[in-house]
Design a protein around this ligand. Structure first.
Ligand SMILES: *[C@@H]1O[C@H](CO)[C@@H](O)[C@H](O)[C@H]1NC(C)=O
Ligand SMILES: *[C@@H]1O[C@H](CO)[C@@H](O)[C@H](O)[C@H]1NC(C)=O
Ligand SMILES: *[C@@H]1O[C@H](CO)[C@@H](O)[C@H](O)[C@H]1NC(C)=O
Ligand SMILES: *[C@@H]1O[C@H](CO)[C@@H](O)[C@H](O)[C@H]1NC(C)=O
Ligand SMILES: *[C@@H]1O[C@H](CO)[C@@H](O)[C@H](O)[C@H]1NC(C)=O
Ligand SMILES: *[C@@H]1O[C@H](CO)[C@@H](O)[C@H](O)[C@H]1NC(C)=O
Ligand SMILES: *[C@@H]1O[C@H](CO)[C@@H](O)[C@H](O)[C@H]1NC(C)=O
Ligand SMILES: *[C@@H]1O[C@H](CO)[C@@H](O)[C@H](O)[C@H]1NC(C)=O
Ligand SMILES: *[C@@H]1O[C@H](CO)[C@@H](O)[C@H](O)[C@H]1NC(C)=O
Ligand SMILES: *[C@@H]1O[C@H](CO)[C@@H](O)[C@H](O)[C@H]1NC(C)=O
Length: 363
């Protein structure tokens, strides 16, 4: 019965424009200090905004454009120094040799594959990566022979590839090293050592500081002129909040029960309508440190063999399947879950009777 319904929908509904479908930004009207701002955001929204990329920064600019003050609190504050990868991966492997400094340092790979600690403002060639379509866990590496600061290199890679390269083990380190150019000069990789944390625990290594901001300041607000962030200890500004429309159930259940749980309590189980949805979901799972499989609203037709989202959409060609392609009918189990494999979120087929947590859409 359910599949008949799904097939009908499949014919009826075109893909919707999905920009920002799973996360929205809001500006509250009250000017407050940062602790009140944070608690106001947590009343009706999720938290103060975590800015993941230039697109997010631009969205905030749009949001502030019409307001009188053109300033507001974002969720960034000063924590302890720690290493992070530009793409939000956990740092599980490192060849970084630390050096103490009161300025932010980034890593560059040298001619023997060790990672040097260098001021992020220096300019170097850099290595970008993107997903290899033929195997979800392997990367395609591209060395860009242009001299850029680490942050400009990050912008370049995020726009023209996936991100600055992250390296998860010895084999990958060796692979990246083989892609260096003949000059053997150190090039940026995606590793950053700074003292920035986000109010919601989000893993974002995107930064947009106003030049020469004072390291001793704690929280950060954002001002309108070209969207740069300024460090400050106190002040009264508008809270910039976000709401996530993704909910992960606390309890584990079968796929069928999971679908019912989502439609009973929220809108429906999560459907990845676009690459952007996939990115947002990964951010939310990363933020909550979830790597075990979680059900999503994707199932295989036992009759026809194709995979289809419960909202009737086909599976996009950007989808990260474990092993690089959708599991084929005769060999596969018929329900899909998202899980973190080798540091990366992929979709994988699971026995529909297995019990996992489920990701729901809440609007
Ligand atoms: C927000 O501002 C309004 C109007 O100034 C005020 O009545 C209200 O109490 C404020 N709310 C908070 C939570 O500060
Ligand atoms: C923020 O403002 C509230 C209420 O005005 C006050 O109770 C609190 O101490 C202030 N917090 C800081 C860190 O200044
Ligand atoms: C939360 O939403 C309710 C209902 O819309 C509203 O009355 C209240 O003022 C909101 N509170 C905050 C802090 O935004
Ligand atoms: C800003 O104002 C313009 C024109 O008044 C309007 O078209 C636009 O929707 C507003 N943007 C926001 C984010 O409110
Ligand atoms: C920094 O680390 C110290 C010692 O581990 C800890 O006590 C402190 O809470 C940390 N500060 C922050 C902001 O996480
Ligand atoms: C990061 O930088 C801080 C400050 O310079 C330094 O104390 C710390 O050892 C560095 N961390 C690592 C893992 O290199
Ligand atoms: C980048 O800078 C290095 C060192 O300053 C220089 O040797 C190299 O030629 C520069 N590369 C480009 C493409 O400008
Ligand atoms: C992306 O690549 C193009 C062509 O090399 C370049 O002009 C553009 O500046 C790059 N984007 C960024 C953000 O650097
Ligand atoms: C995330 O989970 C892993 C294992 O599930 C654990 O080792 C790690 O400490 C957790 N990290 C945080 C920040 O909670
Ligand atoms: C995915 O599909 C779109 C639209 O059909 C197409 O433009 C794009 O080249 C495809 N990408 C890949 C990696 O196959």
């Amino acid at each position: 019965m359910m599949f008949l319904h799904v097939l009908l929908l499949f014919c009826a509904s075109p893909p919707s424009a999905a920009e920002g479908r799973l996360r929205q930004f809001y500006r509250l009207n009250n000017k407050t200090n940062v602790s009140v701002a944070e608690s106001l955001c947590r009343v009706n929204y999720t938290d103060l905004v975590t800015v993941y990329d230039q697109q997010d920064n631009n969205k905030l600019l749009q949001l502030l454009k019409n307001s009188s003050s053109q300033q507001g609190w974002i969720g960034v504050y000063r924590g302890n120094y720690s290493l992070k990868w530009s793409n939000g991966d956990e740092v599980s492997y490192s060849r970084y040799s630390p050096s103490h400094s009161d300025q932010t340092r980034c890593a560059a790979m040298n001619a023997v594959g060790d990672w040097e600690s260098i001021l992020c403002t220096e300019t170097k060639h850099f290595m970008c990566y993107e997903q290899d379509g033929a195997g979800a866990s392997s990367y395609i590496y591209t060395l860009i022979p242009q001299n850029k600061s680490w942050f400009d290199a990050q912008l370049y890679c995020k726009e023209n590839h996936t991100d600055l390269v992250s390296i998860r083990n010895q084999e990958e380190n060796t692979l990246v090293l083989t892609k260096q150019d003949q000059s053997n000069t150190p090039f940026w990789i995606g590793l950053l050592n700074d003292s920035v944390d986000w109010s919601d625990g989000g893993r974002s290594a995107y930064r947009n500081w106003f030049q020469n901001t004072d390291q001793s300041k704690t929280y950060v607000y954002m001002i309108f002129t070209d969207g740069r962030w300024i460090k400050i200890n106190d002040g009264q500004f508008n809270p910039l909040c976000y709401k996530s429309f993704i909910h992960v159930s606390p309890a584990e259940m079968s796929w069928e029960d999971a679908m019912n749980y989502c439609s009973a309590h929220f809108s429906r189980a999560l459907c990845l309508e676009s690459e952007n949805d996939q990115t947002e979901t990964q951010r939310e799972l990363n933020r909550n440190n979830i790597s075990a499989p979680v059900w999503v609203g994707l199932r295989q037709s036992r009759l026809f063999g194709f995979w289809i989202w419960i909202n009737g959409l086909e599976v996009g060609n950007w989808t990260n399947w474990k092993g690089g392609m959708a599991p084929e009918a005769a060999l596969s189990q018929h329900c899909a879950a998202m899980e973190k494999v080798n540091g990366q979120y992929t979709l994988t087929d699971k026995d529909c009777r297995s019990t996992f947590r489920v990701v729901c859409e809440t609007q």
